[in-house]
Design a protein around this ligand. Structure first.
Ligand SMILES: *Cc1c(COP(=O)(O)O)cnc(C)c1O
Length: 453
């Protein structure tokens, strides 16, 4: 299978090339050149375990990787998950399930994609014999998950930039207490915007970029979206037969990567009824799906920080398919959006989606109600998906639990009076923090990379 850019001006590439390149040269995102029809295969995956499901799914896409190698990469990627099911489905009520996606090394759903991406990078380094330097900027979860995907792998160094003093203490510990010598957490003096700016400037420095074989870690890599497809398939078959086609999958959403993966599997033939795009108070996507108006506004920090986004980078992939693979139309829409910060859609098909918005006060109420009613502790991101508990009018649903509550002890303690714990976070508390403080200046970061790669 080949992959094309949503902007239509870059050449079609293989799976491995798309993974290595990340963002297409024309500024677009890689998508399968045609959405495969898996409807007959999907049925035969009903009784497979997580890794087997993942392997059967990826065989359709990673056609340029030897299938036994692929199987090994997948097995290695999920062996560090602490739950035998990898993505266990828990029933809280008659027609109310939680799909727990937080049993990976950093206790957030991003591990599903970044563990696999780390192993794909390692495989690429082994085949090409060429080392890489991975560079990314984070305000929390992505950086931690990326670091744990690449920890200790030979031939790769990872440099993660984050605003000093502005990420949650436990997230900082996940990045800085790894004891791995290929991991370099760079605490940038400044805001998240300063951090982003420095990162962009470094990637725009072509000589430096090629000289140091820089690779980006961000939410748009093709492998990330495909890896996230798998738990929709796996959990679909775990539901009782009578509920499979009536539940809505509710997805706490930021960059639209997670919910996009679900929608793609539906397009490939899995009969999922619908999806709910559940945002926090940064509700650009809720406004889009309720009114067709896609309009940037400023980011307000919330209790669910990993969903604090201004624009949803993965939305472009949905747009491409919703516009029937018309790359010219995508260029026109993205161009006009870039110029004016807004786009009004008149006719795109959003029939598979509903949406909701949850502000901080509602997050706190939901955490309390869910605990009182079900004895279940939802983290602030997951709480954004559980809005129905406020009205008590529960439609049949599976809510994706995207992080473990122990990552957000302050919010949970404020709501419930208990401090949730997790052994992997407790271990970090006794370790030394190793971070490198650096000015938010391109040259300073480049010379650090030069010294340490
Ligand atoms: C990244 C993240 C999200 C948002 O996922 P998207 O793919 O960006 O929509 C939600 N919850 C948690 C805990 C996250 O880390």
């Amino acid at each position: 299978m080949k992959f094309v850019s949503t902007r239509g001006l870059s050449e079609a590439v293989s799976f491995s090339e798309a993974v290595a390149i990340g963002l297409a040269p024309d500024g677009g995102l890689y998508v399968p050149e045609a959405m495969p029809d898996l409807s007959s295969d999907l049925l035969s995956w009903k009784d497979l375990n997580y890794e087997e499901t993942c392997f059967e799914f990826f065989k359709h896409f990673a056609t340029d990787i030897d299938s036994e190698i692929l199987r090994g990469l997948i097995e290695k990627s999920y062996s560090g998950f602490t739950h035998a099911d990898r993505a266990p489905l828990k029933q809280l009520d008659n027609e109310f399930w939680v799909l727990e996606l937080f049993h990976g090394p950093t206790l957030a759903f991003k591990d599903f994609a970044l563990q696999l991406l780390g192993n794909l990078y390692e495989h690429q380094i082994q085949t090409t014999g060429k080392g890489i330097n991975v560079l990314g900027a984070t305000s929390g979860d992505t950086g931690a998950a990326a670091i744990h995907g690449l920890l200790g792998k030979s031939g790769v160094n990872i440099f993660i930039l984050y605003p000093d003093g502005r990420v949650a203490p436990l997230q900082e510990r996940q990045m800085t207490c790894t004891e791995a010598d290929n991991v370099f957490p760079l605490a940038i003096e400044g805001s998240f915007d300063d951090t982003q700016r420095v990162l962009k400037e470094i990637f725009a420095d072509q000589n430096f970029r090629t000289g140091f074989n820089l690779s980006a870690v961000n939410s748009i890599n093709l492998a990330r979206v495909l890896a996230q497809c798998v738990y929709y398939i796996y959990s679909f078959w775990k539901l009782p037969e009578s509920s499979r086609e009536s539940v809505e999958f509710v997805v706490p959403t930021g960059n639209f990567g997670n919910v996009l993966a679900g929608w793609m599997v539906q397009q490939m033939g899995l009969p999922i009824r619908s999806f709910r795009v559940a945002t926090n108070q940064n509700d650009i996507l809720h406004r889009l799906f309720s009114s067709g108006n896609y309009q940037v506004s400023s980011v307000e920090p919330s209790l669910a920080p990993s969903m604090d986004i201004q624009v949803a980078s993965n939305f472009e992939r949905f747009l491409y398919f919703a516009e029937n693979s018309d790359a010219e139309k995508v260029r026109e829409i993205m161009g006009s959006f870039k110029d004016s910060g807004a786009y009004q859609f008149s006719d795109f098909d959003r029939s598979s989606f509903s949406s909701s918005r949850t502000d901080d006060r509602e997050i706190e109420t939901i955490i309390k109600v869910v605990f009182e009613k079900y004895g279940y502790i939802a983290d602030p991101h997951t709480a954004c998906g559980m809005t129905d508990v406020l009205s008590g009018d529960m439609s049949p649903q599976v809510v994706l639990a995207t992080a473990h509550p122990a990552k957000f002890p302050d919010t949970i303690e404020k709501c419930l009076g208990v401090v949730p714990k997790h052994p992997s976070l407790e271990i970090l508390k006794s370790r030394n923090v190793v971070k490198h403080k650096i000015a938010s200046v391109k040259d300073a970061v480049e010379s650090f990379i030069e010294k340490h790669s």
